[in-house]
Structure formats: C-alpha cells, structure tokens
Design a protein around this ligand. Structure first.
Ligand code: NAD
Length: 476
C-alpha cells in the first residue's frame, strides 16, 4: 500500500533505523554497513501450466551476514517487489538480533497470487522457485533458511524441504534448510501458532507493567480489552484466538480483504475463521455489522489495534484518525515512518514489528536446532521429570497419612504437576521466555534514556548494538 508523499517501505525502515542510530555512538562507517542490504537476487523462471509457459519473478534478499545462516520468510503475493523484500530482510536482521536468534537477515518473495492456482500448479511453481534458490545456496541449512510468510505455510515449506533434499541427497541436515514445516516433514510443535502466540506473550508482558500501561493511558490487564485485528491469516487468527479465548479480551473488529466485521459485544474468532475458509471471505457473516471499506475500521475506538496483514496500512492518510492508544505491529511494517511520528506525538504506544512478530523466527530457531540435533525436544527428560515429580507427590501423601490427615490438592494439581513437559510445552516456554527477555531489553532503553521516547527506537538501538558488537568481534 503506498500513499503519495510517503517513502517506500525500505525507505521507511531506513528512516526508523536512522532515527535510532543518531542516538548511538558507532564507529565511522559501521552505521552504513549495517543499514545497507548486502545482496538481492532476482530470478525469472518458466513453468509449463495449462498448455503454455508462464514466467514468474522471484527474489531472495540477504540483508546482513554478520551471523549465518541468514533467515527470513518467503512471501507469495502479487505486490512483491525488490524494495519490499529488502525492507523485510532488514527487519529480519534487527528482529533476530533483538530476540537473540543466531541468524543474519534475509527475505524472499514470489510475485504471484496463490489463489489463482490449484494445489498441483502451486507445487510445481514452488519447487521450481526452490530449485533456483537452492542452486545458488539461497536455500541451505548453513547458509540461508527460509520460513513461511504471507501467502505461504506448512505445505509450501514441505515442498521446499523435499526439493532441497532431492538436490542434496547425502546432506544429513537437509531438513534444516527451511523452517515452518509440518510435523511429519521435520517440523516442530507450536510453529504454526508461534507468531500469533508471540503477539499474545508480548501483550501479556506489556500489561505486567503499570508504567508501560500508563504510557498508553491503559490500566488493568488484557481481560475485557477491546481488540481490532486486521488480517485473519496465520498471525492475526492465532493472536485474536489466544487473546479472546485465554486472556478474556474482546475482539470487536476483524478487517479482511473484503471489508470488515464489527460487533461491540465481541466476535467469535473461530466462527469467523471457519466462515472465511468456507466462503472465501468475511462477507455474509452473521452477528456483526459489515463495512465494505475495511480500512475505515482501523479508525474505530478500541484499546488495542493489531494490524496483522500487510505493510503501510497506517500511513499519512489515516494516522491522525487512529484512536487506539496501543498498537501492536503483528505484521511487518504496518505503520509508515510518517504515521509513526504522528502517532507518537498523539501519545499512542506502538509495540514495534521487529519485536511483536518475532515469535515466528524464535520458534523457527528451535525447529532448526531440532533438525540439526535430530531429536525431538523433551524426548530424553520427560519421563525422568515425571518420576521425580511422582516422588514428591508420594512423599506428600505419606506425610499427610503419618499426620492422620487427608491431603486434598486442587482437582487438577496432580495432572498438571506430574505431567513432564513435551515438545509443545517446551516450545511455548522458550518462546515466552524469549518474548519477556527481549521486551525487558527494549524497556530498559525506553525508560532508561531521556532521549528515547518510544519502544521502536529502543528496539532499534538494542538490535543495532548487537549487530555492531558482532561485526566488531569479527574485526570489522
Ligand atoms: P497470511 O497470508 O496467513 O494472512 C494474511 C491475511 O491478511 C489473510 O487472511 C489475507 O486475506 C489478509 N489480507 C490481505 N490483504 C488484506 C487487506 N488489504 N486488508 C485486510 N486483510 C488483508 O499471512 P501471515 O503469515 O499471517 O502474515 C501476515 C503478516 O505477518 C505479514 O506482514 C508477515 O510478514 C508477518 N509475519 C508473519 C510471520 C509468520 O510466521 N507467518 C512471522 C512474522 C511476521
């Protein structure tokens, strides 16, 4: 989405970078080295479909190789272009640094509307794109590891992994060439939900702190907070589902391609998702007001706005009408640099993309480690942990018996306490820990420095500092 007088997505990311770097003391030239995108590969390839050859254009951009492999999703969308993948690759560098995932930043994209092709055609196109990238080590377990993004998911990642394995038949680590795979193709529990889950953990951490809530003029916790979500895809759906089902938030608005649904009493996220799967859009969903101009609903009154679709949706044309006191950027780049300034001046708190949607790359990191170690998390410890817990329960029971009392724990205590952690519990625990720790590093800079007044600048400062340290350690 672009608006007149608005910089491009990549320029917008660079402006935010420059704003932060002006407050840092980096050695001469290092700022430029970190900011620029190292390389972008453009490929055009043909696939024979429906009796003729169709030519597709794809990109893989590598922003920074201060750590390898580099990491970043592959997007399938009509609007994909070089500027966009470079902006997204830069964000990946900063995101990985912020959450301490040991990767450089990369991103890929294919100019295609996946809805125009059937499954078999999409498989042919995806495999051919993967072939072109793998041939140049732009898909490789130790060089460049893609993941899902807009328009792609588990299915595409499984095709990519298989394509790489066919081309590298003796590579024992072949599965680690891509993350976000289905479980039966080397994936990890909790990856599909990870980005939305991370958005939930980020908000939980924000609402643990009175001072942070006060900055947005909010109090209490997530219970009863009115939430508007844009994009009920992988990220938006999981975020909205967990916030409403587990934290008691009320999802009052859902914005999709074909308009928006609004209901002040709350929408049933699962029911809306099922409606979209069945009807291809939100139109016709009962129990809600439908607005044809969906973007207008971004401007509705709410407590938390969750843009989870595409970049540039909050821009110079609508920023001054946004009422939400708190925005969490579940999508990459939903707020342009110009809109960011307007919102900051209005006192709106923005939890920035590089942190807010880092749950995906965090769990991708766990998946990559699982693939390289060739063992599922928890497989060695689970039963041992359970028998140690059983010892404690047995001791408590015999102690109460010796005291002539009956031990009556809460009904689900034994169930919860005795059960050793499986892969999903461990993944969620690792993700929660990562989101909390990264939030605290941003927060320290946000509140600890007089010249930093927003979380985005704080996030950039933390991330750039980590990348700079890494370059310095390499002797650059
Ligand atoms: P997705 O394709 O699963 O979902 C995108 C959703 O947005 C779809 O439901 C689509 O219909 C909707 N949408 C598209 N255009 C829209 C419009 N103009 N208005 C309203 N809705 C619209 O994609 P996703 O994986 O959920 O990614 C969404 C965002 O999150 C992207 O910015 C992506 O880069 C970012 N992200 C994704 C991941 C991940 O793990 N998938 C990780 C980090 C960041």
């Amino acid at each position: 989405m672009s608006v007149a007088n608005e910089p491009s997505f990549r320029e917008s990311v660079d402006m935010m970078f420059n704003r932060a770097v002006a407050l840092m003391d980096l050695p001469p030239g290092l700022e430029e080295k970190i900011r620029v995108c190292n390389a972008t590969y453009t490929v055009r390839f043909g696939v024979r479909l429906r009796g003729k050859i169709h030519t597709f254009t794809g990109y893989r951009s590598v922003h920074s190789e201060h750590m390898e492999p580099v990491k970043g999703g592959i997007r399938f969308a009509k609007a994909v272009n070089q500027d966009e993948v470079e902006a997204l690759a830069a964000l990946m560098t900063y995101k990985c640094a912020l959450v301490e995932a040991p990767f450089g930043g990369s991103k890929g994209g294919l100019c295609i509307d996946p809805r125009e092709y059937d499954e078999h055609e999409l498989e042919q196109i995806t495999r051919r794109f993967a072939y072109e990238l793998a041939k140049r080590d732009l898909i490789h377990p130790s060089q460049n590891v893609p993941a899902p993004d807009m328009g792609t998911g588990e299915r595409e990642m499984a095709w990519i992994a298989d394509q790489y394995a066919r081309m590298n038949t003796t590579d024992i680590n072949a599965k680690a060439c891509v993350t976000g795979k289905p479980i039966n193709a080397g994936g990890i529990q909790g990856r599909t939900e990870a980005t939305g889950r991370g958005v939930q953990y980020a908000l939980q951490e924000f609402f643990r702190d009175e001072r942070d809530m006060a900055a947005a003029g909010l109090t209490g916790n997530l219970e009863g907070k009115r939430v508007i979500v844009q994009g009920l895809g992988n990220v938006g759906y999981h975020a909205a589902k967990f916030l409403s089902e587990e934290d008691g938030s009320i999802v009052t608005g859902i914005i999709e391609r074909d308009g928006a649904l609004f209901n002040p009493a709350g929408l049933d996220v699962e029911a809306v998702r099922n409606w979209i799967v069945k009807h291809g859009g939100i139109t016709g969903f009962p129990d809600a007001t439908h607005t044809a101009d969906g973007a207008k609903v971004l401007e509705e009154d709410c407590d938390i706005l969750v843009p989870a679709a595409l970049e540039g949706v909050i821009n110079l044309s609508n920023a001054d009408r946004i009422k939400a006191p708190l925005i969490i950027e579940a999508a990459n780049g939903p707020v342009t640099a110009g809109a960011d300034e307007i919102l900051r001046n209005k006192g709106c708190v923005i939890i920035p993309d590089m942190y807010a949607n880092a749950g995906g790359v965090t769990v991708s990191y766990f998946e990559w480690v699982k693939n390289l170690s060739h063992i599922r998390f928890g497989r060695m410890q689970r039963r041992q942990e359970e028998s140690r817990h059983q010892l404690v329960v047995d001791q408590l029971e015999s102690l109460s018996e010796a005291m002539g009392k009956t031990w009556a724990p809460a009904p689900d205590f034994k169930d919860k306490y005795l059960r050793g952690a499986g892969e999903l519990e461990l993944v969620r625990s690792g993700l929660d820990d990562t989101m909390r720790a990264a939030y605290q590093t941003m927060r320290e800079v946000w509140h600890g420095r007089d010249d930093v007044t927003d979380l985005r600048t704080a996030a950039y400062i933390v991330a750039i500092d980590k990348v700079a340290t890494s370059y310095r350690a390499k002797g650059l």
